[in-house]
Design a protein around this ligand. Structure first.
Ligand code: ZN
Length: 227
């Protein structure tokens, strides 16, 4: 992407490796960063602390942590204590899928972007590693952008707001190499679906495995803390 000096962007920040990289990329492109984190009833609070540290380190204009509890619905291993986080990759859409999560998050991001008169929303999804999640596909992004144009006053007035997913076609190693070049401190990020209370990773879940493999392939030292 070309340099976009001093334009505001809303960046979804989960506290994970991907969104930290997307935030650093946006920073390098000259955006004024408005980071948006959701306290959505996830089982692990360490994620929220990680997001706060990342936002502080990168330097954002504003970091909002929005409480939008979808945990009462259950339906995901990330929000429901009754559903175990798998230790082995399974078939089809993983149980760590949170029903309609990115649609919900992007809807809030869209409203904030319109209020800020921002044209860009940046999200760290990628289709390569997490092909099991329907709301991480390029088709989803395209459909959401069509919705954003129709659903907002900004869209009607010709100031269409778009969602950008700069990591969409990168694999984990590519994301890590990109972030490493930009100085992302991956020790602050948390990818694990099953961390302990101190935010240390399990080393066994899908997300831990993708992450460890990514560091190995990227030949970047892995700073992940394990329990
Ligand atoms: Zn894990």
């Amino acid at each position: 992407m070309a340099q976009k000096k001093s334009r505001p962007a809303v960046v979804l920040l989960s506290g994970g490796l991907d969104s930290a990289t997307a935030l650093a990329l946006a920073k390098s492109q000259g955006y004024l960063l408005y980071a948006l984190t959701f306290d959505y009833g996830q089982r692990h609070r360490a994620e929220l602390e990680a997001a706060g540290k990342i936002a502080d380190t990168v330097g954002v204009v504003e970091h909002r942590v929005v409480t939008l509890d979808v945990g009462w619905m259950g339906g995901s291993a990330l929000t429901d204590n009754e559903i175990a986080v798998p230790q082995q990759p399974g078939e089809g859409i993983p149980v760590t899928y949170v029903p309609a999560r990115n649609t919900i998050f992007l809807a809030v991001a869209l409203a904030w972007a319109e209020t800020l008169v921002a044209r860009d929303i940046i999200i760290g999804i990628n289709a390569v590693d997490y092909s099991g999640y329907p709301d991480c596909r390029p088709e989803f992004l395209e459909a959401f952008n069509a919705l954003a144009a129709l659903a907002t006053r900004a869209g009607v007035d010709g100031r269409t707001i778009r969602v950008l997913a700069p990591l969409m076609d990168m694999d984990k190693a590519g994301i890590i190499r990109t972030g490493d070049r930009l100085g992302v401190d991956y020790a602050l990020t948390l990818s694990c679906y099953n961390p302990d209370n101190a935010g240390r990773a399990c080393g066994h879940c899908d997300s831990c495995r993708f992450r460890a493999q990514g560091f190995a392939e990227a030949k970047v030292a892995d700073p992940t803390r394990y329990h």
